[in-house]
Design a protein around this ligand. Sequence first.
Ligand code: HEM
Length: 398
Amino acid sequence: MTEAAVCPVPHENRVHPLGPPAGFEEAVSNGPVKMIWPNGVEGWMFSSYAGVRKVLSDKSFSANRDGAPDMRTEGEPVLDSAQPGNMNALDGEEHLRLRRPLSRGFMVKRMAEMRPRIQRIVDEHLDEMERAGTSADLVSALCLPVPSLVIAELLGVPPEHQALFQATAREMLGKNGSRAEYEAKAAELGEVIGKVVAEKQASGDTSDMIGLMVNETDFDMQELMMLAIGLLVAGHETTSNFFGLFTLTLFERPDQLEILRRDPSRADVIVEELMRYTIGRLGGAGIARKAIEDVEVDGVTVRAGEWAVVSLHANLDEELCPHASELDLERRAVSHLGFGFGPHQCLGANLARAELQILLQSLFARFPDIRPAVPVAEMTFREDMITYGASAIPVVWG
Ligand code: HEM
């Protein structure tokens, strides 16, 4: 390879809103390729199942993202990798020191206890939709509020600050998000979290995430604030976008929707297949890592100091399962990469799974004939965020 290709920008350039950016599949079809990102930084792109797993798990790569390839065309990222408590950018023991205690809060048993509360929140929002008539925007009626209330409950933050969580997330994950705006929102959120911290210190309560961090870890206040804000942001943006994208995928595939309708008790495996396929089909650039020593991946040598970016298009690799480029809700669950892989694999995966399962089961049980009010290809999608999703999903029923 003599020249680096230009990285297709995912959100702005999709031929179909649920498909890859134009030119992406061709660009990666012959294996690893060097690309230049919109911020001018060059990096290798890997999109095979084996290659992605290697980049995300091999100790030759660091998660420190300073100066990484980025979809932003202007402005600084709103967060420095070195920000205390930014677990996503730490390696080895430093990372584990933060991650280990938090993972207790996401244990399967704890998530099982959350399920009735998630169900209650979902049912209340479906009641509201039903009361309002026979049409709604799914994004504002369900996708955004449910994950936001669930994560508030898990953390122990009063739910009335929902709008503030969403505004902070917009600045943190906005493609051209402003550092000053993010800091202003984070300071406001910090005040809210600070009050919860003081209450937990006084009561010794460890039943929620902030209580657990305050009373059972050695995290200092700066780390604790960053972790709490990070969880609030990670906990609602991704889940809400993906619930919308899954619903749209099902609207486009009535044959597959029928499989969910026929046996909603299989929602657990159905969510895994929707995640594998939807994320894989969207393709595009994903998570960045920096090589700290020369390392071989998919037949190329990534030199120390070079960037590697993985594409979750790898979810459609035949090495993962037969007919991988097809959606098959009757498939048994496979080890897809939708929640990442290796030491930074999504901490909230069990929570996200529980929410997505309950949301899908409940939505189609309550409104069996729910359908899009306009064709999916004509809906508007958010082009302003690092995470991708629909801005509005107009639906009708009855
Ligand atoms: C459908 C929903 C979700 C998807 C697709 C998703 C995806 C991911 C992915 C791919 C990573 C790995 C990033 C990397 O390797 O650098 C990750 C990490 C993470 N996710 Fe999620 N996530 C979702 C929901 C959640 C939820 C609900 C929470 C918390 C409440 C959460 C918290 C986190 C945290 C804290 C990390 C960083 C873990 C670490 O650095 O050790 N995520 N997520």
